[in-house]
Design a protein around this ligand. Structure first.
Ligand SMILES: Nc1nc2c(ncn2[C@@H]2O[C@H](COP(=O)(O)OP(=O)(O)O)[C@@H](O)[C@H]2O)c(=O)[nH]1
Ligand SMILES: [Mg+2]
Length: 612
């Protein structure tokens, strides 16, 4: 894959995940899923994307995260060797991410297209509590930052992770978490097992982020007990027992003011832990990218799970549409096809019977038999006339179809009104029926007319053909025809002969001979009628099939799809769902190719290996 396609791929994937995230947040009821989506986007655009685009590994990024008032800004200061981050007793003081880097270091890392997604870089310095989708870069003067992580790392002081509530700044934090090569998770002694920060920690670990935990503000003598408790009650429960953990007990105001010199005892081990995870930088970056890609692959079902309710609602709409289609088809059958006579078939029957009479010399004999059958014909036509019930005239086809359509659409409209409160898809359909322009019902009627035209075209000679086939087949094969004629004639003669033999030749024959000739003819007629009737039923089925193919089928498909077309949110949703799995797969392949070798060590395993 060339560079341009890789860029397209990462930006498309980040955009699709971003769309799902927004969709999720708009629904309001699954913000932790929105958070997961945001982390996935951030991994794509801030970690995998720049790596595939051959950004240098250095500087690495370390993000300081945790609950409100835990001591994040204090830790960020220790890491960068400054006191530039405003430590503040007010919870939620830091509202946007702030990067600390050296005064003269290059800022190329922030220039990558799409870097930090929606977060804009602030050009003017601002206080940490400035609440907007921004980030700022603070340059640490050369005389500060002594022996800190700068310039090999950029240190990010982040907003609080307190709840998943969609108050914008949690998402700003997630944006930085996606970027980070190392995470420092800060928790203070009194609140170290708060639910939301722990979930967040668990998510970061799943995404393969190397984490150092830093417990703050306890009394010196409580350090072992608190560390032990944190490892058992928090880390072990999220399957992270091997995450390194250190304690920074309560510092004096003097130590807080000058941690580089006065809190070195705690600061140095912290720097060491972070440094180990970032050594050497290329390898650290490669591991992070590998794990990010693996995580996307593993988490994709869950990432898309946030829209399961939407998909279920769309499925349910489809089901209701198809139920309506079944009713439409069966109404057409009941109210139109069942009473359709197909008079062409009756004509065909007459021709079929005629065909069976002998031609040429045989015709004379046939005529004689025909004459013999005269009394029978008279009787039969009298009987038929006497027995015939007046038949209800069938309705013409179009009104039947139109009424069935009206019933179908009416059912859908009612269902949409009834369910409008249960899911936005239904409200959307309900609204669709009320539009001034492009009303769903009008559009459906247009589709119907189109279907009806196609149906008529396809049907025109279908019936004719079937009816003609009844006798044409026979006409085309003289051998078969002659056999049948011979058989019929034979039957006639045999019947007459049998009567004659049974009774001898006497006056009775005047009655018996015509009777015999009539009976055989009636037999043939019945056989032929059975055949023609079965053809008639087959024609009915075929016509029903054509109706479904040209009218109700396409209409049902169009209706079922309707909520997900015309630039609606559901159309965008479908597009995202279609693209995400294949984009994640392609991204994984690109990562594997770029890494050139297998890097399958989890950062924590890697850490254990270098420590042993
Ligand atoms: N005395 C003392 N105060 C601390 C210590 N750690 C943090 N604080 C204070 O606790 C408050 C919150 O710390 P801060 O780093 O701003 O937490 P953040 O909200 O997570 O960034 C600030 O007023 C800090 O000065 C400590 O070890 N000792
Ligand atoms: Mg802070």
């Amino acid at each position: 894959m060339d560079q341009a396609s890789v860029r397209n791929l990462t930006s498309q994937l980040a955009e699709d995940l971003g769309w799902l995230e927004d969709h999720c947040r708009r629904q309001g009821d699954h913000t932790s899923q929105a958070g997961e989506l945001r982390l996935a986007e951030a991994l794509v655009r801030n970690s995998i994307g720049p790596f595939l685009d051959q950004q240098p590994a250095e500087p690495l990024h370390v993000a300081v995260v945790g609950g409100a008032g835990a001591g994040k800004s204090t830790v960020a200061n220790m890491l960068s060797g400054t006191s530039a981050a405003e430590a503040n007793p007010q919870a939620g003081f830091t509202r946007h991410p702030i990067a600390y880097t050296t005064a003269n270091g290059p800022l190329t890392w922030s220039g990558h297209a799409g870097f930090l997604g929606p977060l804009q870089r602030m050009s003017e310095p601002a206080p940490a509590n400035f609440d907007a989708d921004v980030y700022q870069v603070r340059r640490v003067p050369a005389d500060q930052g002594a022996a800190g992580l700068l310039p090999r790392f950029v240190v990010w002081d982040c907003p609080d992770m307190t709840t998943w509530a969609a108050s914008g700044y949690v998402f700003r934090l997630l944006e930085i978490a996606g970027l980070a090569d190392v995470i420092v998770y800060v928790a203070s002694d009194e609140r170290y097992n708060d639910e939301a920060p722990t979930q967040f920690l668990s998510l970061l670990l799943q995404a393969g982020k190397p984490v150092v935990c830093c417990l703050m503000k306890m009394r010196e003598e409580n350090v072992p007990a608190i560390l032990d408790h944190f490892q058992k009650e928090v880390l072990a429960k999220i399957g992270a027992a091997n995450v390194p953990c250190l304690a920074i007990p309560h510092l004096s105001p003097e130590q807080l003011a000058d941690p580089v010199h006065l809190a070195a005892k705690y600061r140095i081990p912290l720097l060491n832990q972070v440094t180990v995870l970032g050594e050497p930088p290329e390898a650290a970056r490669r591991r992070g990218v590998r794990w990010a890609a693996n995580y996307l692959q593993a988490a994709q079902d869950r990432l898309m799970g946030s829209v399961r309710r939407d998909l279920a609602a769309l499925q349910e709409w489809r089901r209701v549409v198809l139920t309506g289609q079944i009713e439409f088809d069966s109404r057409y059958r009941r109210e139109y096809l069942a009473s359709e006579k197909y008079e062409r078939f009756d004509e065909a029957l007459v021709r079929l019977i005629d065909l069976l009479d002998l031609p040429g010399v045989g015709r004379t004999l046939s005529n004689a038999l025909w004459v013999l059958r005269w009394p029978y014909r008279q009787l039969k036509s009298l009987a038929v006339k006497a027995l015939r019930r007046p038949e209800a005239p069938g309705l013409p086809e179009r009104p039947v179809l139109e009424q069935a359509l009206a019933g179908w659409l009416d059912g859908l409209r009612k269902e949409a009104v009834r369910r409008a409160g249960s899911h936005p898809v239904w409200a959307y359909v309900e609204e669709g029926f009320r539009r001034d322009l492009g009303d769903l019902g009008d559009l459906a009627h247009q589709r119907f007319e189109e279907g009806l035209r196609n149906f008529r075209l396809s049907q025109a000679d279908e019936i004719d053909k079937t009816a003609r086939a009844i006798y044409e087949e026979l006409e085309k094969s003289p051998a078969q025809l002659n056999t049948l004629r011979g058989a019929k004639f034979g039957l006639d003669l045999a019947g007459i002969a049998a009567f004659v033999v049974a009774g001898g030749i006497n006056w009775h024959d005047v009655i018996l001979v015509p009777l015999a000739a009539s009976m055989t003819h009636q037999l043939i007629e019945w056989l032929g009628k059975g055949y023609v009737d079965s053809q008639r039923e087959a024609a009915r089925n075929r016509q029903q099939g054509l109706e479904t193919k040209h009218i109700s089928g396409p209409l049902a498909e169009w209706l079922a799809q309707w909520p997900a077309t015309g630039g609606s949110a559901y159309e965008r949703l479908n597009l995202a769902l279609r693209r995400i799995p294949s984009d994640i797969r392609q991204l994984n392949e690109a990562v594997t190719k770029a890494l050139g070798e297998k890097v399958d060590l989890h950062p924590m395993e890697f850490r254990e290996r270098i420590e042993s």
